[in-house]
Ligand binder design. Structure first.
Ligand code: AP5
Length: 212
């Protein structure tokens, strides 16, 4: 199964992706996670991406397209994938289409997580993230020990792009560039809208139902 997770910043894409990959045994590919690792490792990619990400701006299409296309050819993603945070622009979606067609594959479902702006801002202002495995924690899904990742035992951090000014910019980027993808994929009948408000468990149940 080849899935895309679409939804604004803070909609719960990362939270739900971490649960779905265990349930469906398909790997997640989060361009945000790949870029944050590159920033942490101080690679050339990380150096280019760091100021853009901290300001809440998108990284250029050709960079992220290259990351995803290279990943599609690795053994990990041959039996399916869950794309989280990609595509984010129409040119990225077109590049993905071309890359999949070339490999005889296609997108089966686009999960669209719908959450109102007020809830998004509240969630992002309370988020802490594991710098190692990127698991997000929040008021409704706290770690067992305050400030420590359940899986890695690492001290949790606040992402630089969760500062209010960067959050505002990310919302604008979403509205002006990423929201257009709903229409792009609706034309193919693959969009599955899911109400993203409610407990993490309830949202997960809705996603499973939407995929049935
Ligand atoms: P990325 O990492 O993709 O971030 P995002 O899309 O802005 O999404 P978030 O990770 O902020 O939110 P989420 O929907 O995953 O929510 P989460 O599960 O954490 O991208 C970051 C940056 O990288 C971009 O700004 C850009 O610079 C760059 N980038 C990445 N991909 C790119 C691309 N394709 N092109 C160009 N640039 C790219 O949940 C949020 C909070 O809410 C958490 O605290 C969580 O615990 C809580 N929560 C989740 N679900 C619930 C619930 N049901 N009830 C209550 N709380 C909940």
């Amino acid at each position: 199964m080849n899935l895309i997770f679409l939804g604004p910043p803070g909609a719960g894409k990362g939270t739900q992706a971490k649960r779905l990959i265990e349930r469906f045994r398909i790997p997640q590919l989060s361009t945000g996670d790949v870029l944050r690792k590159a920033v942490a490792d101080g690679t050339l990619l990380g150096l280019k991406a760091k100021p853009l990400m901290a300001a809440g701006q998108l990284v250029p299409d050709e960079i992220v397209n290259g990351i995803v296309e290279a990943a599609l050819d690795t053994a990990t993603y041959q039996k399916g994938f869950l794309l989280d945070g990609f595509p984010r622009t129409v040119p990225q979606a077109q590049a993905l289409d071309a890359a999949l067609e070339h490999r005889g594959r296609r997108i089966d479902h686009v999960l669209l997580l719908e959450v109102p702006m007020g809830v998004l801002v509240e969630r992002l202002s309370g988020r802490e993230t594991c710098p190692k495995c990127q698991t997000p924690y929040g008021k409704d899904s706290p770690p067992k020990r305050a400030g420590i990742c359940d899986k890695e035992g690492e001290r949790l951090v606040v992402r630089p792009d969760d500062q209010p000014e960067a959050v505002r910019r990310r919302m604008v980027e979403y509205e002006t560039k990423t929201a257009l993808l709903t229409g792009y994929y609706k034309a193919r009948g693959v969009v599955r809208p899911v109400d993203g408000v409610g407990s993490v468990e309830d949202v997960e149940k809705r996603i499973i139902k939407a995929l049935e």
